[in-house]
Design a binder for this molecule. Sequence first.
Ligand code: RRO
Length: 308
Amino acid sequence: IDLSADLFGQTLTSPLLNASGVHCQTKEELNDLANTSNLGAMVTKSATLQAREGNPNPRYYDLENGSINSMGLPNLGYDFYLDYVLQEQTKPTILSVAALSAADAITLLKDLQASDYQGPTELNLSCPNIVGEPQLAYDFEATDRVLSEVFSFYTKPLGVKLPPYFDLVHFDKIAAVLNKYPLTHVNTINSIGNGLWVDVDQEQVVTKAKGGFGGLGGTMVLPTALANVRALRQRLNDSIKVLGTGGVTSGADIFAHILCGADLVSVGTQVMKEGLGTYDRLAEELKAIMAEKGYQSLADFRGKLKEL
Ligand code: RRO
């Protein structure tokens, strides 16, 4: 059984990625990912121009069926992650960047364009946890304006991280915007923004910032993630790869993401719960399913979901 996959021309030994934000903030964490078997490629914590402390604790909370987070974009700053991918990288890596304003996004990407970095980058248009800031990709015109400006100068591989959409017309609208640009990929989904968990014993919320509203991940978001992978794969140009993220806890979940059209599949919440050994377990489970079905490679079933 061959689990190899392609990351914009680089061959990966596995289609698995970490979801950005999970175990990818510090040099030590990034080096751990580089040494994690069955993790085909890695993604860095979304970086902003200036380093950020993030939101106050508690800011991550484990739920029975997933997780809720209000991290608030803690990161060591864009320069740190750029240095890491330029000098320390030993495994194919996607550099994730975020911006608190459109102007910051342009400043950051102009610097990246001028740098020696030639690898893949992902612009996070969907962080749900910044006080007072909307998730940019829910504003189709604003997304179009930012991408139009970015691609007036940016010529290196660039994709975007999207929030989940819940309406078929919204899929049509975001796909129409994205199809105008030479994007390498979309990564879908970010956490489902602004969920709320209630601790009934304590009669209180479980994370501090924003009155307890935070991004949902894990099992509870799997159907939403699959819908977003499927709907975007059906609408985007073939040249735009789809990276599936959300709700993976088993090899069957990875198989489902790939059936919906995912080129690569990320795992976040489950790695928070189970540790970096998750990727070995998932790869074995995926191989067992493929063996039982008689599939040799991921291409044998990618995008081949049947309708009734
Ligand atoms: O740091 C965060 O609060 C965060 C980010 Br940037 C994101 O894109 N998604 C998320 O669930 N949390």
